[in-house]
Design a protein around this ligand. Sequence first.
Ligand code: ZN
Ligand code: FE
Length: 251
Amino acid sequence: MFEISLIPAFKDNYIFVLSAGRRAFVVDPGDAAPVFDHLQAADLALAGILITHHHADHQGGVAALQAATGAEVFAPADESITGRTRPLRGGETIKVLDVPVEVMAVPGHTLGHLAYRAGNALFCGDTLFGAGCGRLFEGTPGQMAASLARLADLPDDTRVYCAHEYTAMNLPFAQAVEPENPAIVARQARVAALRSAGQPTVPLLLAEEKATNPFLRCQVPAVLAVAHRLGAVDGDPVSVFAALRTWRNNF
Ligand code: ZN
Ligand code: FE
């Protein structure tokens, strides 16, 4: 398995560096400068780039990185991606630094959005966040709910490398949905301590998301009850998800 490092970028993005020996891949390089700095400091040669979706904060650094290194660019086939050499739609298995990586289609935030899974590491872009999920810029609630359900089906020990540090910002909403959930209260204290020490909350642990993230808890009675008050329909999990997402947009 490769090693994984985090590079903070912009206000709250993370770029991930996967390395084995002197070779490296990066995931979602929205900015090239901090990636060049990291590669130089760690004496790494860039072999490839994985892109989850087309937004500029995820692919803005690709042109400069590819021009300097000739790196392969693995990216959604049906989105506008700079320098893409390996178009993907989900369902493929690719090799990253000799490790097999499963490509998953997770539409919702964007229509061609991909997640990449290697062992117990999941790179999910802007689909699942700490105590939250991505906004629906292109997809339907049904698509996003199905994508999140596929991620929730992964093993509990999955480490979730999401592309933004949003956990502290999302937890007050999780608590508003489930004021009686002690796991959310406990997580708020842990996250506050991490953030005040300047530490990331990423990678997330999937088991903790299942216990505290309202968007992975659309079947839990307390969450169902709240969603029904917001107008969700009985027996329709997509309407439960949609009601929560709409509330979150206005929270
Ligand atoms: Zn995005
Ligand atoms: Fe983003």
